[in-house]
Design a protein around this ligand. Sequence first.
Ligand SMILES: O=P(O)(O)OC[C@H]1O[C@H](OP(=O)(O)OP(=O)(O)O)[C@H](O)[C@@H]1O
Ligand code: HPA
Ligand SMILES: [Mg+2]
Length: 179
Amino acid sequence: MQNDIQEILISEEEIQQRVRELGAQLSAEYAGRTPLVICVLKGAFIFMADLVKVITVPVEMDFMAVSSYGASTKSSGIVKIIKDLDVPVEGRDVLIVEDIIDSGLTLSYLIELLQGRNAASICVVTLFDKPAGRTVNLEASYTGFVLPDEFVVGYGLDYAELYRNLPYVGVLKPEIYSN
Ligand SMILES: O=P(O)(O)OC[C@H]1O[C@H](OP(=O)(O)OP(=O)(O)O)[C@H](O)[C@@H]1O
Ligand code: HPA
Ligand SMILES: [Mg+2]
């Protein structure tokens, strides 16, 4: 698996340090409140697990699975809900946890959905942001790292469901895509 990586863009240590910083910022933001933290599966599961461990306010958690990339490196443009939330968001302070914002289509769809369900507030934390990929105008409240316009894998991010378990984020060798 490591042999398929052409270049590591962000190391495991850099990610862990940044996650701690984001956890501290979010703990201050939500002081005195109990946010509902929503993990956008599958990609955000590793970030979510590391992040909630360094948030010091009480949180409730729920999980939503959406998909629009399939086995491609380009968004299909259609966001499919694979699994919806278990709990209502009405009146809740919602924190959406994403691994990456690329085109922005997944998040704009989710934000509209949760606004329609009358969340009291919606805040987004993403570990990675690829502004060059954007097709809709959208920004996270908290961003870990800004990435160049390349398809990346690792730390939850997949190509055709593989490489999510790499502890760093990197770029695949070009021949992997042609196999
Ligand atoms: O800003 P966008 O262009 O919408 O891309 C970002 C979304 O795409 C990926 O999910 P994907 O649809 O690949 O599902 P996965 O999390 O199960 O890999 C990623 O985890 C984000 O949720
Ligand atoms: O660069 C990416 N890698 C993996 N999944 C993604 N989903 C959107 N962008 C990406
Ligand atoms: Mg994916």
